[in-house]
Design a protein around this ligand. Structure first.
Ligand SMILES: *Cc1c(COP(=O)(O)O)cnc(C)c1O
Length: 224
């Protein structure tokens, strides 16, 4: 079996300049994260706020922590003081909550809007028209401590490469439309978080700027 270091090096080698690797460390112990850190990896993704909050103080402070999983409003407080980017924003209420927690911590929190691009019912995320409703409304414009820097999506879990490609293209199209309509003057709106272990090569070909990779780095997850 190859090491965490080797896995990271293999993946990074294939990524074009400007595409960032988020190492998804959910369910994995801090020793694994430390090993990845020692190999030079600085950005890590977690999907549970409490797990993220408990790992954070045990690890070097120059790690960038990314929240990639569904986030309930009541849990924003656990991560608001340090989270680098929240990938999974799917409602105005959540944005408002993040804004309030950001104010308390005297910082601006960067967020991505998550879109529903998969064929599967179960995957969360917004539609383009829901996002336009949020971005166009006064309640959103009143927020001062959140900044939307791009979009995120999860493709269908399938062997059908064409299907996956089609879904990433759809996310790219959404990104471009939002950019044109709401973020023309905002240079920081530039991130497309798409691609996981099984489909990141396609995602990169379709314009991803951030790939979220877990099992190809740390091995398969065991859920108890
Ligand atoms: C778990 C997870 C990943 C990483 O999945 P792998 O298939 O292990 O690479 C990426 N994105 C999200 C949102 C996840 O929950």
């Amino acid at each position: 079996m190859s090491s965490i270091r080797e896995n990271i090096q293999e993946i990074v080698k294939t990524l074009p300049a400007g595409v960032h690797l988020i190492a998804v460390s959910k369910t994995k112990p801090v020793e694994y994260i430390r090993e990845a850190y020692e190999a030079g990896q600085r950005a890590f993704g977690e999907n549970r706020p409490q797990e993220l909050a408990s790992k954070y103080p045990q690890l070097p402070s120059d790690i960038e922590w990314h929240m990639i999983g569904q986030l309930q409003e009541k849990n924003v407080k656990y991560i608001a003081s340090f989270v680098k980017l929240i990938h999974s924003v799917d409602s105005l209420r959540l944005l408002q909550k993040i804004d309030r927690e950001a104010v308390k911590n005297d910082r601006v929190i960067d967020c991505l809007l998550e879109f529903h691009i998969a064929a599967e019912e179960s995957k969360s995320g917004l539609t383009l028209s829901e996002a336009c409703d949020i971005l166009g409304c006064d309640a959103f414009k009143a927020l001062t401590h959140v900044r939307i820097v791009g979009v995120m999506g999860i493709a269908t879990y399938t062997e059908d490469r064409d299907q996956i490609r089609k879904e990433f293209r759809e996310l790219y199209r959404i990104f471009e439309q939002l950019k044109a309509e709401f973020f023309k003057q905002q240079e920081s709106f530039k991130e497309l978080s798409m691609g996981m272990s099984g489909d990141y090569r396609i995602a990169v070909e379709e314009g991803s700027t951030m790939v979220r990779i877990g099992s190809s780095i740390f091995g398969a997850r065991v859920y108890k």
